[in-house]
Design a protein around this ligand. Structure first.
Ligand code: ATP
Ligand code: MG
Length: 423
């Protein structure tokens, strides 16, 4: 128990964190290219924010939140998604008073959902998310879809299908709600228990159910796209024109509705096929009324969330090698009585910006070399009897076996030269 992480959580170990850093670095660059800057918001918020923001008919709010009373008797919830917190901070700091749009991203944000853990589904996962506030135009929606697509493509993920849909606005959706409800009314008995409930509270959500039985039942359901009002239709057409212009493959999929209440107009998912079924790696859309719903001005917004674990899972599945950085560039080996000299050499290498280390465990010289090999350090620097007597160090390229003995003071510079020569 004591040495077992809670169900549905995963450690990122020191030996694998470079993989996370690699994709995080690409994500930051992708965001920066489009003018998105990082926002960091707390891991927990007042429960009310999610109940109102995410919507209390959603699975997330009804079943999946980690909610508790804190010692001051406030109801607190660990972030079950990233958007509500971003909107809250946008409002709290009056960022809407700055020139709009306001573009922000969050990265490596832990997200908590009480779900049944399985492959690609954790109780704590991490998301890269972007939010763009104050831009009503479809170019903003298109920019986000393209950003996500380009990023995943550049990471090497093939097999990506971009699914887009429009779920209309408060003007045209009620008509669709009614049509969908009528369609589902004769089928309620055959829906799963959750969907029976959704039918009552929010019939749109039935389209999103992953159970094959329910998917079968909604196969011929009416499509929102046939009932969009003129403005929503024009918006959707412009989005498609932008994507066409960018030349990316996409499909209009009227089954995409997303699990959160706040969406309006554009919704999208980037889906990949895996042997275990389809996996959504990125999902997002427009939420033109969330900002005002949370007490702010009437400002449109659009955003997406991308699961980091799922990105890494897909990269693994496609056999994409992420370059593993060297732990050390130089490993210093020494005869026991030269430990002090070795320590000073390590420090001088580090001061010169070269990753270096030495044995701290009393190993023999031979064992030190064995250890150095295991670390994968491309250079060793040895201080034996002779070197100690002469104030020198013997540098060795572990791959080419080339050796050079130089004064200790020249060690860092010589390593640099040897590295350049070997390249
Ligand atoms: P799903 O339909 O798979 O349940 P979702 O619609 O609940 O996903 P979002 O709320 O859109 O997911 O979250 C955005 C992204 O975060 C998802 O596309 C996915 O990559 C990732 N994600 C969501 N839930 C989990 C989870 N439990 N474990 C790991 N990643 C997740
Ligand atoms: Mg979910």
């Amino acid at each position: 128990m004591l040495t077992q992480a809670p169900r549905g959580t995963r450690d990122v170990l020191p030996t694998e964190s470079y993989r996370w850093q690699f994709i995080e670095d690409r994500m930051r660059k992708a965001a920066a290219l489009a003018g998105y800057r990082e926002v960091r918001t707390p891991v927990f918020e007042h429960t009310e924010l999610f109940a109102r923001g995410v919507g209390d008919t959603t699975d997330i709010v009804q079943k999946e939140m980690y909610t508790f009373q804190d010692k001051g008797n406030r109801s607190i919830t660990l972030k079950p998604e990233g958007t509500a917190g971003a909107v809250r901070s946008f409002l709290e700091s009056n960022l809407y008073a700055d020139p709009l749009p306001c573009k922000m991203y969050y990265l490596d944000a832990p997200i908590f959902r009480y779900e049944a853990p399985q492959s690609g589904r954790l109780r704590e996962h991490h998301q890269f998310g972007l939010e763009c506030f104050g831009a009503p135009g479809a170019t903003a929606d298109a920019e986000l879809i393209l950003l996500a697509f380009r990023l995943l493509k550049e990471l090497g993920i093939r097999n990506l299908s971009v699914n887009i849909n429009s779920i209309g606005c408060p003007e045209c959706r009620p008509k669709y709600h009614a049509a969908l409800k009528e369609y589902l009314a004769g089928r309620v008995d055959r829906l799963c228990e959750d969907c029976k409930n959704r039918f009552e509270r929010n019939p749109l959500r039935v389209l999103d159910c992953k159970k094959p039985g329910c998917q079968q039942e909604v196969k011929d359901a009416p499509s929102m796209l046939d009932m969009l009002c003129d403005d929503c239709r024009a918006h959707f057409e412009e989005l498609k024109a932008c994507l066409d212009g960018a030349g990316i493959p996409y499909q209009v999929n009227p089954r995409i509705v997303r699990g959160l209440d706040y969406y309006t107009r554009t919704v999208f998912e980037l889906i990949t096929e895996t042997p275990a079924g389809n996996l959504t790696v990125c999902g997002g859309g427009r939420y033109d009324h969330l900002v005002s719903q949370l007490g702010g001005p009437d400002l449109p917004a659009v955003g997406f969330g991308m699961g980091l674990e799922r990105v890494l899972m897909l990269m693994d599945a496609e056999g994409i090698q992420i370059p593993r950085p060297d732990l050390y560039e130089v490993f210093v080996t020494y005869m026991g009585e030269n430990r002090g000299r070795a320590f000073r050499l390590v420090e001088s290498l580090r001061n010169a910006g070269i990753a270096a280390d030495m044995d701290h465990c009393g190993r023999s010289l031979k064992a030190q070399f064995k250890y150095a090999n295991k670390t994968g350090a491309p250079f060793s620097a040895t201080i034996g009897e002779e070197e100690a007597a002469n104030g020198t160090v013997k540098l060795k390229n572990m791959n080419t076996k080339e050796e050079k003995t130089v004064p200790v003071a020249e060690a860092a510079e010589t390593v640099r030269k040897m590295r350049e020569e070997a390249e």
